[in-house]
Design a protein around this ligand. Structure first.
Ligand code: OSB
Ligand code: MG
Length: 381
């Protein structure tokens, strides 16, 4: 299958002149360790790209972690690729379409590419004095919420967190699973909450040899099972999907439109988690979401436990066509005691998130707050 590459209106936007380019690295402690089958993170360390044009400042947050445990990119590989290969391709006056074309010369490194793309689109929307979602072509709407609950030491502890999430009115609850913390854990959550929209994410902890175990999950009418098999596999997921009633959702193994086309052609999943950082930015995400919708594949916006900058960006993305399922956008307080921006994410009484209005992201970095968490600040140009 071949995925078409239509020109989106936002791709006609032109890159403004840029006076200053800086890397700012921040580290924020988590309120609770975030456990997955591949790693337990206790803090968020993020590389931020700060672009200044006249009196406008745009911030792009790189979703890479300092380690390569989710995907190969790290904050430092992203810094290297951005500085040495991507920024030299950024030229005032060229279109975002042309920049995307230039970026294809650099293989992979979607997280690095997304960081630059994000910051430029935010800068353009600041220049036009419009919210980012309008630059992307979509009106504001209430955004559905979803929480990703990390691995817990005990089932009781997990149940406690699910109770909290249900109380907050999250539209969908995702729990991390791993070998030994799966069928019984899901059974207990389902027993207490027979009707919530529930899903699991294995971050690649299983193989096809675990088919019988994964088939037991069919009993719990889950919305989906996310990335049960290897982080780089599509083919074996297609074999597994044929043996399961429950929809599979791919995360790690979908790095762009071509992977999405492969997954659709093979029947490897019925749902896609689109993390804009993983796939190279907002524009590639919108194309993938359109392609998926055209092929009956459900789409939601994933998260990388971002600070308020990346969180706001994901909210704007979710106004665009195709993002029909609740994603991994949770309240800031789920991860951080305080945020580096002025408008942390919170849920309304019905579990919805309001799109921050105002030019660009609609949120502002709090300088003094930021300085409390800064590890490094470097001017590139
Ligand atoms: O697999 O979706 C994942 C966080 C870091 C790395 C991988 C994943 C996640 C999440 C958290 O599940 C999503 C979020 O709340 O931002
Ligand atoms: Mg995942």
């Amino acid at each position: 299958m071949h995925a078409p590459d239509p020109v989106l209106p936002v791709e006609q936007e032109l890159i403004p002149s840029i006076d200053r380019v800086e890397f700012v690295t921040v580290r924020l402690p988590f309120v609770h360790p975030f456990g997955t089958s591949v790693q337990t993170w206790t803090q968020k360390e993020a590389l931020l790209l700060r672009l200044t044009s006249g009196d406008m400042v745009a911030w792009g947050e790189c979703v890479a972690d300092p380690d390569p445990f989710y995907l190969p990119e790290t904050t430092r590989t992203a810094g290297h690729i951005i500085r040495d290969f991507l920024l030299p391709l950024v030229e005032p006056g060229i279109s975002m379409r042309e920049l995307g074309r230039r970026f294809t010369h650099v293989r992979g490194h979607g997280m690095a590419k997304a960081t630059v793309e994000n910051a430029l689109l935010i800068l353009i929307s600041l220049q036009k004095k419009i919210p980012l979602h309008l630059l992307l072509g979509s009106p504001a709407k209430p955004i559905m919420s979803g929480i990703s609950i990390g691995l817990r030491d005990t089932i009781e502890e997990l149940l406690g967190t699910v109770r909290y999430a249900v109380g907050r009115k999250y539209h969908r609850v995702k729990i991390k699973i791993a070998k030994g913390k799966d069928v019984e854990w899901v059974r207990r959550v389902r027993e207490e909450f027979p009707d919530i929209q529930l899903m699991v994410d294995a971050n690649g902890d299983y193989t096809l040899d675990d088919k019988a175990l994964l088939q037991q999950l069919d009993a719990f009418h889950l919305m989906m099972i996310e990335q049960p098999l290897s982080y780089s596999d599509i083919y074996q997921h297609a074999i597994l999907q044929k043996e399961l009633k429950t929809a599979l959702c791919l995360d790690e193994s979908i790095l762009g439109l071509d992977d999405a086309a492969t997954a659709v052609a093979l029947g490897a999943c019925r749902i896609l988690n689109i993390k804009q950082g993983r796939v190279g930015g907002l524009i590639p995400s919108m194309k993938m979401a359109r392609f998926a919708a055209d092929h009956g594949i459900g789409v939601w916006s994933g998260g990388m436990d971002e600070t308020g900058i990346g969180r706001a960006l994901n909210i704007h993305l979710q106004t665009t066509p195709g993002f029909t399922l609740p994603g991994d956008t949770s309240e800031t307080s789920n991860y951080f005691a305080e945020d580096i921006i002025d408008r942390p994410v919170f849920l309304d009484a019905n579990g919805y998130i309001a799109v921050p209005e105002g030019p660009g992201l609609g949120v502002s970095v709090l300088h003094d707050r930021l300085m409390q968490y800064v590890l490094g600040w470097e001017r590139l140009r």
